[in-house]
Ligand binder design. Sequence first.
Ligand code: TNX
Length: 517
Amino acid sequence: KLKPLLFVLFIALVFTSCKEPVPMDLAKENLIPKPVKLEATGSSFEWNKHTQIHIQTGNEEAKKIANHLVELIAPATGFQPKIKELKTPLGSRGISLILDDKFEKLGKEGYNLTIDPRKISLQAYKAEGLYRGIQTIRQLLPAKIESKKKQEGPWLIASGNIEDYPQYGYRGAMLDVVRHFFDVDEVKQYIDYLAAYKMNVLHLHLTDDQGWRLEIKSWPKLTEIGGKTEVGGGEGGFYTQEQYKEIVQYAADRFITIVPEIDMPGHTNAALASYAELNADGKARKAYTGTRVGFSTLATNKEITYKFIDDVIRELAALTPGEYIHIGGDESHATKKKDYIKFIERVQKIVLAHNKKVMGWADIAAAELDKSAVAQFWQTKPKNALKAVEQDVKILMSPATRAYMDMQYDSISPLGLHWAGYLEVDKAYNWTLEGNVEGIDKEDIIGIEAPLWAETIETMDDIEYLTFPRLLGYAELGWSPDQNNSWDEYKVRLGKQKTRFEFQEINYYQSKLVPWA
Ligand code: TNX
């Protein structure tokens, strides 16, 4: 008597497991940055509680990425997908993350993503590529995937193929942790924001007139005195070397490099207040908590200054897995030109001696630079950057008129400055790195960096207001081929990020130019 019942049950089972996939159009998904190549196949994959992630047996790198993916989807879906090691994961149902040399042509950050109703395969040459690729999977899931609280499914992903890789190898943002101090957790949060849009560098502006934010063991007063101030008279703060390592590691786990900046010879009042001997007159300066620039200088003609810099760079280089140390060099108006040039050339030697390359604001191109140096273009006039190009030195594009996230959006923006003009979301997006300055060509440029100076911002909410949504545009300018970029098309994709921002409780600027939907 049981037989017919079992039969019915069997049929029901077959039916539910063969449920027709929901038709979806991958081409209508709102990915930022926009992928290089995308082909839609009109169907979908459903991620459910049985979906497993497959990696090649013993592949620890892929396992790390699989863990990142689990971490990304677990809170909102409530799923805890199993990570299974298989000899040949490619053909199996579920999601496979595979490293394969045959994708070398896509570079170390490139990836290939294939989605069909039975399986998703994400393949790349390096773990970095897999990591960038899981950000795409994240954006293809419904917006509620961003929620920290459990949400109802279904968790559908449109089917098709994506082949993707960045146009520029350096795609970053800068955070000024001096003018106002941001703690380790805030910096980690910022790193997460960069990672979501496939950025790969965070430049930390660690020293300036108003504070010194990194413990230097051989010069402890830098943080004992210089670490205790910030703009407006707040208590400031600094990172111990242990905390700083934690930031560097957190970033590295997300394939983001920290570029640390020690700004000199100007922008050094905090150091000059901490150690009298660094001043030309041997007298310690008073702490400074205003926002003027260009008034301070290290004593460029004293030997002790170079002993100091050698110590700082040695300790910093030991904490820095990345290839660059940023030496600032901007707005040294209190340093005589000839002293400035001698200074930069000597500091460059120190950095190279510690096996790091020099990065500096383009002002440093007044000096003779090593070909390995990078000049960061920021001013409204490209004179300094062009001097760097003449020396065959590469350029990092951060033009203030387009890429400074601390510029107000408009005249009524509650936060930000406007010395380089107002910077609405369209103006921040509607340019190209290689078309920005005549005489700076694509081969001269290593990439893009969007600086966020912190004179007017004090909280994570403030950071978010100036960063979102402009950051997404910079991520796309650095990643996607130019011919794909048009504001009218982009603004629609951007508008669709609204619910994602809301689920993350990001305090974004609701520009009227964007069709938020
Ligand atoms: C100029 S940009 C500076 C910073 C300020 C910024 C404010 C640069 C290299 N120097 O010291 O914080 O303007 O936008």
